[in-house]
Structure formats: structure tokens, C-alpha cells
Write a protein that binds this ligand. Structure first.
Ligand code: AVJ
Length: 333
């Protein structure tokens, strides 16, 4: 019998626990003096499609830089890894970028049907995982895990076979969404599921000219604005709220001190919104914002220091010249 597609999936469709957690986070986030909503909620089905559209924008070079690096250096990366390796992909999405790595790993040495390459994509989007499984099953044995990163990592770690190393992919600058302190904490937590000889491939967007970064997060076609505003639409759909999206505007800010781009949704007017499923009525002053995402930008030396501080050894890195972005291979020390 074949493995069920979503062996560790949370129950979905009308799941009130999932909705309750969302409602609870919305309630807490909007009670803060700087109102905020967690960026993970940007990715419902529509939000994921809008993000996919962002990756095609000329102003948003990040995803193309990441993919160029993985495509060009897949063989080099594979050559640095033990031959018996399983791949775990944190926030895989549809796994398009990881395909290059899987291909390279499958090729060296050629695997037989008896020792297929196992691939564990971890994502909170069931749709993305379904597409990932469909698209990548020709290059690897795909085991989708519909979980958060660390829960998913624990599931994958339980499947480790004797003598097998893990390559954990944490690409796309997802690490940039964490507060710097939380990123270190996250990496330490991740390290606990790993053993010496395992590898972590970390993608990080590098600090560049502020105008270039601002254009990437506030594109003239308004796709990023739509992506951001959709979060309010999602609260309307899932929590019965009455946000009028036209009364808010997308804003991207470069925070020089924290070296991050922040996305906000700014209220154009004084207004009150009710969110029945969260038992909440919330007021906004004209100009007041909800902070919805941070994308931290890094320096190379900082990335090396992060490896050191969290139990890894920075082995090799590849940098895209066109859009400064780094993929670093860290080995568990
Ligand atoms: C997918 C988290 C890397 O922070 O650049 C793109 C998300 N937000 N445009 C990023 C995003 C606005 C993206 N990450």
C-alpha cells in the first residue's frame, strides 16, 4: 500500500480549532498599541497565489536570485553531502526551487528503485503540498507534511533511517520573517532535531540599496499591496469581519536600525471594524497601521555568526551578483 498523501495533516475544512486559533491571534494582535497580525496568515489560497505572482514581478528579484543559485550550484551542493541523504524542506511551497537539488542528489550516485531519494516537504498549505507531490514524485519519493516547521521537522526526524544524513532546506529568505532573536532561537530548536554531519541550506536576502528594497515590497502594479490587503479580506471571509479594504492602504517601510522591510496596512480614515468570530470591535485612527510582516536583510558576516551561535559550521556559500542574495550550506558541528 502506498503512503497516504497527508500522513500528518491537521484536520481542515470547517475545522473550528484552526479558526479559533486564527481568531485568538487576531484578537491579541489588534489589542497591541502597534497593532499587528502574524505574517503566516498572509498565505491562504488567494494569498499564496498573490505571493506566486509577486515572484514574477521585475522589482522582486529575490525568488529568481534564489532559484538561479540553486540551479547553478545544485551539483556543488550535492557533492558536499554524504551519499545517503534525505531532504527536508521547511516551507516548501510547491517545491519548484528544491527540484534542482533533488535532481542533483538523485544523480550522484545514481539511485536504484530500492534506495529512492526521500523528500519531506513541510508547509501549512495543503494545496501547495498537493502540487508539490504531483510535480516532484518523478524525481523523489515525496512525503508531504502539513505542519508548522518545527512540528514537521519532528515528524520527519522520526523517520530517519540508520546511517542516513539529513539535508534541511530553509531557503527563500523565510528566516528573514523572524525577529533576529527569534531566528537564533528557531535555529537552536531546529539543531536539536539534527545530528553531526547533517546539513542546513539557508537562503537569506542581503542588505541592498533602500530604494531597490522598497520597490520590491511596494511594486507599481500593486501586486504586493493586494497580497497585504488580502489579509483583511481573509479576516472578513473566515471571521465574519467587515473590513472595507479600500479604507486601508499598503505601505512598505525600510527600518534602517533593524535592517528590515516592514509591511503595514494603514487606515486612511478614522473607522471602527467588527470581527464577530473574534468577539472584537476595533477602532483605527486615520494614519494608524497594522504591522503585517517583517523581512529582515542580512550581511554575510552576520550569517556566519548566526551559524556559529546556533551549533552549525558555515561551510560554503553562494551569492547572486544580480540581486544580492546568499545561499549558505551549514554543517551540524
Ligand atoms: C516569502 C517571506 C521570503 O519576505 O520577501 C514578498 C514574502 N512579502 N513580498 C519576503 C513577501 C512581500 C517573502 N518571503
Amino acid at each position: 500500500m502506498s503512503t497516504p498523501a497527508f500522513a500528518w495533516s491537521k484536520s481542515k475544512a470547517g475545522d473550528s480549532a484552526v479558526t479559533r486559533e486564527f481568531a485568538c491571534d487576531v484578537r491579541m494582535g489588534l489589542a497591541k498599541s502597534q497593532k499587528e497580525l502574524h505574517s503566516k496568515y498572509l498565505y491562504d489560497e488567494l494569498g499564496s497565489s498573490l505571493f506566486e505572482a509577486i515572484t514574477h514581478l521585475p522589482e522582486y528579484g529575490l525568488t529568481r536570485a534564489d532559484e538561479r543559485l540553486l540551479r547553478r550550484h545544485a551539483e556543488d551542493i550535492a557533492a558536499l553531502l554524504p551519499s545517503r541523504v534525505a531532504v527536508i524542506d521547511l516551507g516548501s511551497g510547491v517545491g519548484q526551487k528544491t527540484r534542482h537539488i533533488l535532481r542533483a542528489l538523485r544523480g550522484s550516485p545514481p539511485r536504484s528503485a530500492a534506495t529512492p531519494l526521500r523528500y519531506y516537504p513541510i508547509d501549512v498549505s495543503a494545496d501547495a503540498l498537493a502540487r508539490c507531490e504531483r510535480d516532484l514524485s518523478e524525481v523523489a519519493e515525496v512525503h508531504p507534511i502539513e505542519q508548522s516547521y518545527l512540528d514537521g521537522m519532528a515528524c520527519a526526524a522520526a523517520e530517519r533511517q540508520p546511517g542516513e544524513a539529513f539535508l534541511v532546506m530553509f531557503i527563500g529568505s523565510t528566516i528573514g520573517n523572524f525577529e533576529r532573536k527569534c531566528a537564533l532561537e528557531f535555529l537552536r530548536d531546529l539543531r536539536r532535531s539534527l545530528v553531526p554531519g547533517d546539513a542546513l541550506l539557508v537562503g537569506a536576502d542581503l542588505v541592498k540599496e533602500p530604494d531597490r528594497m522598497l520597490d520590491a515590497y511596494d511594486d507599481p502594479a500593486g501586486v504586493t499591496g493586494a497580497f497585504n490587503l488580502n489579509l483583511l479580506g481573509r479576516i472578513n471571509r473566515e471571521l465574519g469581519a467587515d473590513f472595507r479594504l479600500r479604507q486601508f492602504e499598503h505601505e512598505a517601510r525600510w527600518n534602517e536600525q533593524q535592517r528590515r522591510i516592514e509591511m503595514h496596512l494603514r487606515s486612511r480614515v478614522n473607522q471602527t471594524v467588527s470581527i464577530p468570530e473574534a468577539d472584537l470591535t476595533v477602532s483605527f485612527q486615520a494614519g494608524e497601521s497594522i504591522w503585517t510582516e517583517s523581512s529582515h536583510k542580512f550581511q554575510i558576516a552576520e550569517l556566519d555568526a548566526m551559524a556559529e551561535l546556533t551549533g552549525f559550521q558555515a561551510a560554503t556559500r553562494w551569492i547572486d551578483e544580480e540581486w544580492p542574495f546568499a545561499n549558505s550550506l551549514w554543517i551540524v558541528s
